[in-house]
Write a protein that binds this ligand. Structure first.
Ligand SMILES: [Fe+2]
Ligand SMILES: [Fe+2]
Length: 191
């Protein structure tokens, strides 16, 4: 026998109130009236995230071109795919900044200072894979921290970051597997 709820979700505002509130705040853009985060601070944080993603696009793109050697084709393809996905992340973050009323900062001046991860070149294929693994682990830690920070204060930003985190975890795992394949053992202990 299926259990039926005894009361109709008493914790939700009634639909009329929700509609009225949404209508009232329509002109304020995409920010819901229930937004309890600090918008300015959120925008600042997202500018750092945007810079981080742009640096990741640049690093992976550079590595795609620089990867050379007899066994580099698979690695090149992986770098190229990651560059594309980092670009998707940058775009999603920039859109969110814009929704919050900010202007996404794509200015190349000061880009690496704004970024959490570094633009690093490497002398060989294994060095590149290693640098990318380090960058991905930084990204994973950064996103986990931000997701905890936003919590329920800004669910839209949190959900976006959770989606990005899933991809970064895959990236880290891809780089780890490539490192093992090309070096025979991981250079960094698993986190
Ligand atoms: Fe990314
Ligand atoms: Fe990544």
């Amino acid at each position: 026998m299926t259990k039926r709820p005894t009361t109709a979700t008493p914790f939700l505002s009634d639909i009329q109130t929700l509609r009225a509130r949404a209508r009232e705040h329509l002109e304020a853009g995409a920010i819901a009236s229930s937004y309890v985060g600090d918008v300015e601070r959120t925008i600042d944080i997202l500018q750092t995230v945007l810079a981080t993603e742009i640096v990741c696009v640049l690093r992976y793109t550079m590595h795609t071109v620089a990867a050379a050697g007899i066994s580099s084709e698979g690695v090149k393809a992986e770098f190229k795919q990651h560059a594309k996905e980092e670009h998707d992340h940058a775009l999603a973050v920039a859109e969110r900044i814009s929704q919050l009323g900010g202007v996404p900062n794509f200015n190349p001046d000061g880009l690496s200072q704004r970024s959490a991860s570094q633009y690093t070149e490497a002398e060989n294929l294994v060095g590149m894979i290693r640098e990318n693994l380090i960058a991905e682990r930084i990204a994973v830690d950064h996103y986990r921290e931000l997701i905890r920070f936003f919590g329920d204060d800004d669910p839209a930003t949190r959900v976006m970051l959770e989606g990005i985190l899933r991809v970064e975890e895959e990236h880290a795992s891809d780089m780890h597997d490539l490192l093992v394949a090309h070096q025979g053992r991981p250079m960094l202990p698993a986190t």
